[in-house]
Ligand binder design. Structure first.
Ligand code: SF4
Length: 423
């Protein structure tokens, strides 16, 4: 059995500094223009009306522009061919179609791609694309840094800088589609064919698509940035735009219990929970938000999650940490809890991807295998995730730190050069 470990005194108590979601004001940029990405259609129409169009024209233009932004992925108003030629410069003078800046892009030998992105105010965050045989999953960030200090997570060692805006969240999906070359080409008439729309779901099918799934599992706790994540995902799901089905989107929480029901009702995507331990002592250590919202509360919130069923199971993420959470007893307790709360569940077993200074080691492959067998023999799906992108620091938060390390080294080098020149 795992022995409880005391936590460092300096570790902040999670939840004491819950970031308050602030509605995003429409702020013009320094050049006075407004970025349209991240704004819902009615807000675009209001902006057009404020800029001088009458209500009817503003609504029509907003519909056209929205389609070009999210369905076709254009980044220039000039490319919007069904909008009058004279109208395009009018739009370009007042508005822009933004994307996060790319600081660095890496491709792993296994095809995993990772981007270090930068907000307009200079904060770095990450995005990862993981291609598989039958799907391509984009792992999207919701915050720069995180308040939650999960001990196995590298991002948890960084302070929260700020919440990402809806534009910065949906902008990651847009950027990934840019990079993957996935926007439909050709005339407006052929757009629906180009997009391979699934008539029943109003969404993409996986056939021929690279980016088929989204997981809100990058930097940050999405339920501590609820409004912005909801607004961004509504844009991702909008049938006139990116049109990704809610069945292909998963929101992962460390266990912000009071927001889980709202997530189910207002967003309605699949739920994943960073469980990682099945006893209070160990989960308090590994996922410290457990000290605020305990296991029983969390599992009850999972049982009550709107829309969960055998067809849409809740995923429990379980990182395998040597001698901390990987015993046979842990596996049996996991099964017992899932059965006690009658959860339609699937368990993802994740071999720990260590980062420099990490306080844990990965369980041995034999231990992971045995753990998986115990859960699987109880009738619960328990796939072991293959580690991806190990050659490119793909564990969350690593690329940002690597870039900062490099820039510090760069600064040291410049300082040394300056010193030498003065000397
Ligand atoms: S696992 Fe998620 S919630 Fe926990 S510290 Fe890392 S980014 Fe934050």
């Amino acid at each position: 059995m795992n022995a409880p470990t005391s936590l460092p005194v300096s570790m902040p108590i999670p939840g004491h500094i819950d970031p308050v979601p602030v509605p995003r004001p429409v702020t013009p940029r320094e050049d006075g223009r407004t970025d349209l990405i991240g704004l819902p259609r009615p807000q675009i129409a209001t902006l057009f009306q404020d800029a001088g169009l009458d209500a009817k024209a503003a609504k029509l233009r907003a519909k056209q522009v929205f389609h070009w932004l999210y369905h076709r992925g254009v980044t220039e108003f000039e490319a919007m061919t069904d909008i009058a030629k004279t109208m395009r410069p009018w739009l370009a003078e007042r508005f822009v179609i933004g994307r996060p800046d790319v600081v660095e892009a890496q491709v792993s030998t296994d095809g995993t791609r990772k981007w270090l992105l930068r907000t307009a105010d200079g904060h770095d965050f990450e995005m990862v694309f993981i291609p598989d045989a039958d799907r391509g999953t984009l792992c999207v960030s919701s915050q720069v840094g995180c308040t939650l200090n999960c001990r196995f997570c590298h991002t948890g060692t960084m302070k929260l800088v700020r919440n990402l805006t809806p534009g910065e969240i949906v902008g990651q999906v847009m950027l990934a589609r840019d990079a993957l070359g996935e926007w439909p080409k050709g005339s407006m008439a052929s757009a629906a064919d180009d997009l391979d729309l699934d008539e029943d779901e109003g969404s993409y099918t996986a056939d021929g698509r690279l980016l088929t799934n989204i997981v809100m599992m990058g930097m940050g706790e999405p339920l501590y940035n609820f409004d912005n994540v909801r607004d961004a995902l509504k844009l991702v799901m909008d049938g006139d735009g990116l049109a990704l089905s809610k069945r292909r989107i998963t929101l992962s929480t460390a266990g912000v219990v009071p927001m889980m029901a709202r997530a189910g009702e207002e967003i309605g995507v699949n739920l994943a929970v960073s469980l990682h331990a099945v006893t209070k002592d160990v989960r308090d250590e590994i996922v410290p938000i457990n000290r605020k919202f305990g296991l029983e509360e969390l599992l009850q919130a999972c049982a009550d999650y709107p829309g969960a069923s055998n067809a849409r199971r809740i995923t429990f993420e379980y990182v395998m940490l040597k001698d901390r959470n990987d015993s046979d007893d842990d596996a049996r307790e996991l099964v017992r809890l899932i059965k006690q709360y009658k959860l339609p569940a699937k368990v993802n077993l994740i071999p720990f991807n260590p980062w420099p200074g990490a306080p844990y080691e990965c369980s041995t492959p034999e231990r992971v295998k045995r753990f998986a067998e115990i859960v699987f023999e109880a009738g619960i799906s328990a796939p072991v995730r293959t580690p991806r992108g190990r050659d490119i620091d793909a564990a969350c938060g690593q690329l940002k730190t690597a870039a900062e390390r490099r820039s510090r080294a760069e600064m040291d080098r410049l300082a040394a050069e300056k010193q030498a020149a003065l000397g």
